[in-house]
Design a protein around this ligand. Structure first.
Ligand code: 5RP
Length: 232
């Protein structure tokens, strides 16, 4: 079947999402990412739970909590576990070293914390997300509202072209009540270095640069899935 445009992207999201659910086994504590790709993995996990799979899950956002609850997936508080066995999440861009940009959906802070507690991280993506170099997608940076103008000026003066995220005519607020600046970097040569540099600015809570986190990425092309492994 020849797929194009939005239809191709949707089939690819579903293909990658459902493939990721195959990695989930009985007894696991599973981290659930956020977004329209991981939606398909969570839906599939809901079906598996309905068929008898026993898992507990940690949610990375209010939206994911709502979805998981609607599917009868048992959720636990992240502070009630010392580790998560496996986290499944989407990405806005992923490169061949499995560095990525996340946070298009605004859940970068909880997603990163969930990922860091996870023994294994699987990313799922449609083919449009795989890039040679990160940075075409604006890089989300979560910033506390207090003094955010100062942070904006610093980012602006370093040529990172921040744009305050607006939704429905108002400043977008994350689940933690913070703002997001989307940085139009024009391309990121050193993702790890930029992540560290940004985190040094007081008021920056988290960045959407995820380096050294994903263990594998399932990237779909039409209805087939390519498995990319970090360091391979
Ligand atoms: C949310 C995220 C998402 O994983 C990322 O934006 C990809 O979303 P989608 O699967 O809807 O394209 O980081 O904060």
């Amino acid at each position: 079947m020849i797929l194009k445009g939005k239809e191709k992207q949707e089939i690819e999201k579903k293909t990658a999402g459902e493939k990721a659910a195959e990695f989930v086994k009985d007894g696991m504590i599973v981290g659930l990412g956020t977004g329209s790709t991981v939606y398909y993995a969570i839906k599939k996990l809901g079906e598996m739970v309905n068929d008898g799979l026993k898992i507990k899950a940690v949610s990375s956002s209010k939206a994911t909590t709502k979805l998981a609850e609607s599917l009868n997936i048992e959720l636990i508080n992240i502070n009630d576990t010392v580790k998560i066995d496996l986290t499944i999440d989407g990405a806005d861009e992923v490169d061949h070293n499995l560095n990525g940009i996340k946070g298009g959906g605004g859940a970068l802070l909880f997603e990163k914390i969930t990922a860091l507690l996870s023994s294994r991280n699987i990313w799922i993506a449609d083919s449009s997300k795989l890039v040679n170099k990160l940075g075409k997608f604006p890089l989300p940076v979560e910033v506390i509202p207090f003094g955010s103008k100062r942070v904006f000026e610093i980012l602006n003066s370093t040529g990172l072209n921040p744009v305050l995220r607006i939704r429905d005519g108002k400043n977008y607020l994350t689940d933690s009540g913070n703002y997001i600046f989307d940085l139009h970097t024009g391309g990121i040569n050193d993702p790890e270095g930029l992540d560290k540099e940004l985190k040094l600015i007081n008021g920056v809570v988290e960045t959407g640069l995820f380096t050294g986190i994903a263990d594998i990425a399932l990237v779909s092309e039409n209805e087939t899935v390519k498995i990319l492994k970090r360091g391979k």
